[in-house]
Write a protein that binds this ligand. Structure first.
Ligand SMILES: [Zn+2]
Ligand SMILES: [Zn+2]
Length: 346
């Protein structure tokens, strides 16, 4: 089969990735599914894996963790994992021919104190698709059945791919922001993850104010139903009950905290943030305003989000690339050459 490998992590403009055409199709281990890839989203984290911003966890790893696929074979015991469907359909095992999704969280130990209290996203022994194990920049991959996802109907394979990371992380960031019913939400930065989280909030009746640089992003925000769209550090037209910072810019924590109403919460969605300047207690924190980070996601987050997507059709902008051009897709992502999400097709 064809599969990309991170040969030597380094700048995407060089050639850190190598396309092999002679890999063996992997065999599913105990509890694993063998998936035939239908579409795989290109996430910024893939760029961090490819360029070496994240340490090497597996030499020559195949990136990709927004994988829409067909189940083609089951390893020993994989048919015992009961996986709930989107929208509360009953849990059942995967069988050959099912459509399945593979996301960033590949496995956890289910034994540590974090897993036991429902915070498997904090498990110190968690493993990740496309970093610790080969991912979806390939024709086939294997994933533990218990960590695979059932996918909602009503979307193309291409549209589903970005839901599996950008969508899930945006959803967790929204949950962490504790937006009250019909509340006022501020969104700072408006890329792939933000535009999906905004749609979830709007479907729940929130008033959404978007602060972002870039005329095109502001236009998209208004088209999707945002009440206002201003520049990155602009004050919103009214105080916010909750806010999410998607831009990896620590400087924006200050205007975002200052924009919160009493008791408001700011959640920081990114895996990376530049330094936060000193906060002024009275201006940025007092009156029980809260500042929170977001770390990966639990399977429960993923399933709640996919259930929402099953009930409310989300608008997803995708840019298809053939699998053989994955390196170009990463370079274009880095250069900001497109809006929406790049998706690879074998
Ligand atoms: Zn654990
Ligand atoms: Zn991702």
């Amino acid at each position: 089969m064809r599969a990309w490998h991170v040969e030597a992590p380094g700048p995407a403009e060089g050639h850190p990735l190598r396309l092999s055409t002679e890999d063996d199709i992997p065999r599913p281990g105990p509890g694993e599914l063998l998936l035939k890839v239908l579409a795989c989203g290109v996430c910024r984290t893939d760029l961090h894996v490819t360029e070496g911003d994240l340490p090497v966890h597996r030499r020559g790893v195949t990136p990709g963790h927004e994988v829409v696929a067909e189940v083609v074979a089951l390893g020993e015991g994989a048919g015992e994992a009961q996986v709930p469907g989107p929208g509360g359909s009953p849990a059942r095992p995967f069988t050959a021919g099912d459509r399945a999704g593979a996301a960033w969280l590949r496995s956890t130990d289910q034994e540590c104190k974090f897993c036991r209290r429902g915070a498997e996203n904090l498990c110190p022994h968690s493993r990740y698709t496309g970093w610790d194990a080969d991912g979806g920049y390939a024709e086939y991959l294997t994933v533990p059945a218990a960590y695979a996802h059932r996918l909602p109907d009503g979307y193309t394979d291409s549209e589903l791919a970005p839901l599996l990371c950008a969508g899930i992380i945006g959803y967790r960031a929204l949950q962490r922001a504790e937006l009250p019913e019909r509340g006022r939400l501020g969104i700072y930065g408006f890329g792939g993850s933000a535009h999906l989280a905004a749609q979830v909030a709007l479907a729940r009746g929130a008033t959404v104010h978007v602060m972002t640089r870039g005329e095109q992003a502001r236009r998209l925000a208004l088209e999707l139903g945002a009440a206002s769209a201003g520049d990155a550090a602009d004050p919103p037209p009214e105080p916010l009950d909750a806010a999410i910072l998607f831009a990896p810019v620590g400087d924006l924590v200050l205007p975002a905290m200052a924009a919160l109403d009493r008791g408001g919460t700011l959640s920081i969605a990114g895996i990376y943030l530049s330094d936060i300047p000193p906060l002024n207690y009275d201006k940025h924190l007092f009156q029980e305003r809260q500042l929170r980070s977001v770390t990966a996601n639990t399977r429960a987050d993923a399933r709640e989000f996919l259930a929402h997507a099953a009930q409310h059709k989300l608008a997803v902008t995708v840019h298809p690339y053939p699998l053989d051009h994955a390196d170009q897709a990463l370079r274009d992502l880095k250069a900001g050459a497109f809006d929406g999400a790049a998706v690879l097709h074998p």
